[in-house]
Design a protein around this ligand. Structure first.
Ligand SMILES: [Zn+2]
Length: 364
């Protein structure tokens, strides 16, 4: 959506002027003449005439990913996404007066899940693969996180989930500095990402992976789609020291840290869920066959494994929206996964939540 409140916060990402004119078709910058059209449910505020060396895969392969990612339809926040979302709510302490930025919002699921908790939720992403629910409840902007189209000090809170691991170091620095610029002094920013550091509990994680691999061997599950989703993970911040260093360079002060050693989580993801998805996906395929119909994905440009997983997810979402037994079972599994944060949250590992604050008086 493009609410009226959004316009007051904007500044030109091309020339940094705040002298913007709202027109029938969108917004025009009175200083540099750049035009930013209003599209279907969002504003296109990409900086004009700027060539960045790094372009996200989600932008360069947007069309292809649009078919593959199954991004339009949101399930309730459950499982790994549910753990992230619950941590986000707890660590960032969202309030009804907050203006909040989700920088690199993807399809906007985390923004949509929390939009009704705050005054204004704004999602920014260079790709426009937004979920229907996000289009309804989140102020959406197609923009570049290195040149955010907002005035200094606009936001009370900001968050970044599964973003930093995609960027090379110079982009991370630009991203963090730009986020710091648009936060108000005292404003807080939550990042969830991962370094290359192994967890000390890694043997337990590996045990689940091993079990999962046995399913792949038996043809029960296809990891191809999973691998593709993670194919542009660079993890330029290799260690925890790198993370702290990057935050410090952006002038952001660490307030809280919770590590995610995925012991319970990897058991759920690699064993329980994969088995569940395979069973649900298969039973559907068999049903289609016994009806004499060809599998629905016969001509689809995605592999059979990916199609099976998408099918399983669609079926699952239909169940979940009814909030029946399946929903509560998965909520229980989500809370089980969250045990990782409560039990091992202080034990250093690759995956981390960090809350940083923009100091009221900048350190020199
Ligand atoms: Zn301008």
């Amino acid at each position: 959506m493009v609410p009226y409140d959004l316009y007051r916060l904007l500044q030109c990402p091309t020339c940094a002027s705040r002298n913007l004119i709202v027109t029938d078709g969108g917004v025009t910058c009175a200083a540099c003449g750049a035009e930013y059209p209003r599209c279907d449910g969002y504003l296109d505020f990409m900086p004009r005439g700027v060539k960045f060396a790094y372009v996200s895969k989600y932008v360069s392969e947007e069309e292809e990913l649009a078919r593959e990612l199954d991004y339009r339809d949101l399930a309730p926040p459950l499982l790994a996404a549910g753990v992230r979302n619950r941590a986000l709510q707890r660590l960032l302490d969202l309030r009804p007066t907050d203006v909040v930025l989700d920088s690199g919002c993807g399809n906007g699921k985390f923004a949509a899940w929390n939009a009704d908790r705050v005054r204004l939720m704004i999602g920014v992403d260079p790709a426009t693969l937004f979920a229907d629910e996000a289009v309804k409840s989140v102020a959406l902007i197609q923009g570049d996180a290195r040149r955010l189209p907002f005035a200094d000090g606009t936001f009370d809170k900001a968050f970044s989930i599964d973003v930093l691991e995609h960027f090379p170091r110079d982009v991370i620095d630009a991203y963090l500095c730009e986020t710091a610029r648009v936060l108000r002094p005292g404003g807080r920013f939550l990042v969830f990402s991962n370094t290359r550091e192994p967890s000390r509990l890694q043997p337990l994680v590996e045990a689940s992976r091993w079990l999962g691999r046995q399913f792949v061997r038996a043809g029960v599950y296809d990891f191809e789609r999973e691998a593709r989703r993670k194919s542009d993970h660079i993890k330029a911040l290799k260690t925890w020291e790198d993370v702290l260093d990057a935050m410090q360079r952006a002038g952001l002060r660490p307030v809280r840290v919770v590590f995610w050693n995925s012991v319970a989580t990897s058991f759920v993801e690699h064993v329980l869920m994969k088995l569940g998805e395979a069973i649900i996906g298969r039973s559907r395929k068999e049903k289609a066959r016994s009806n004499g119909a060809a599998p629905a994905d016969a001509s689809a440009p995605v592999s059979e494994g990916a199609a099976r997983e998408i099918r399983a997810r669609q079926r699952m979402r239909a169940h979940l929206r009814r909030r029946g037994l399946v929903y509560y079972a998965l909520l229980a599994v989500t809370l089980f996964m969250e045990l990782d944060l409560w039990l091992f949250g202080r034990l250093r590992s690759g995956s981390y939540f960090i809350v940083v604050e923009k100091p009221v008086v900048r350190d020199r």
